[in-house]
Ligand binder design. Structure first.
Ligand code: SF4
Length: 154
């Protein structure tokens, strides 16, 4: 476990990692490693996409034109896979919610689900390719000073 996580009292976590069935396909991806790492801490689950009203289940989304930071800067967008509707506004709202919740609860660290267009901490899918980068909520949290860790680096 990273020292930052070990020292954190309150941790924001992707809700799907702690058993909430909020993934786009209506499943969860509960992680025993995350559960162990968060034992004894105040845990604040958040699903940026469900929180922004995208629904459960919902169509799978991919970023186009860049990663989450580029979406925050307005040079990339979030779109339903296969040329579906633009959902950039909902992704920005989900990122705003995540940062607001982190602020309200005093969470200094977030453990987020890798490769999600919202939560990916180090990798995600952009224009159909797996790339190094971060999701929209992950980028917003980092911008707000929260230390973002991937569930795969615990
Ligand atoms: S948006 Fe984040 S919390 Fe919600 S299902 Fe996707 S990876 Fe999990």
């Amino acid at each position: 476990m990273s020292r930052t996580l070990a020292e954190a009292r309150t941790v924001l976590v992707s809700a799907c990692l702690v058993g909430q069935a909020c993934r786009y396909d209506g499943a969860s991806c509960e992680s025993n490693a995350v559960g162990r790492a968060l034992a004894g801490k105040e845990v604040v689950p958040i699903c940026p996409e469900a929180g922004a009203g995208l629904g459960i289940p919902r169509p799978a989304v991919e970023l186009e034109g860049g990663d989450g930071r580029a979406v925050l800067e307005g040079s990339a967008r979030a779109r339903v896979k296969g040329g579906g509707p633009d959902v950039t506004a909902q992704f920005l709202e989900g990122a705003r919610l995540a940062t607001e919740v982190a602020r309200r609860f005093g969470a200094t660290v977030a453990v987020l689900k890798e490769r999600s267009p919202s939560c990916g901490a180090r990798q995600l899918w952009v224009n159909g390719e797996r790339v190094e980068g971060q999701g929209v909520a992950a980028a917003a949290l980092r911008g707000a000073g929260v230390t973002v860790l991937s569930d795969e680096e615990l």
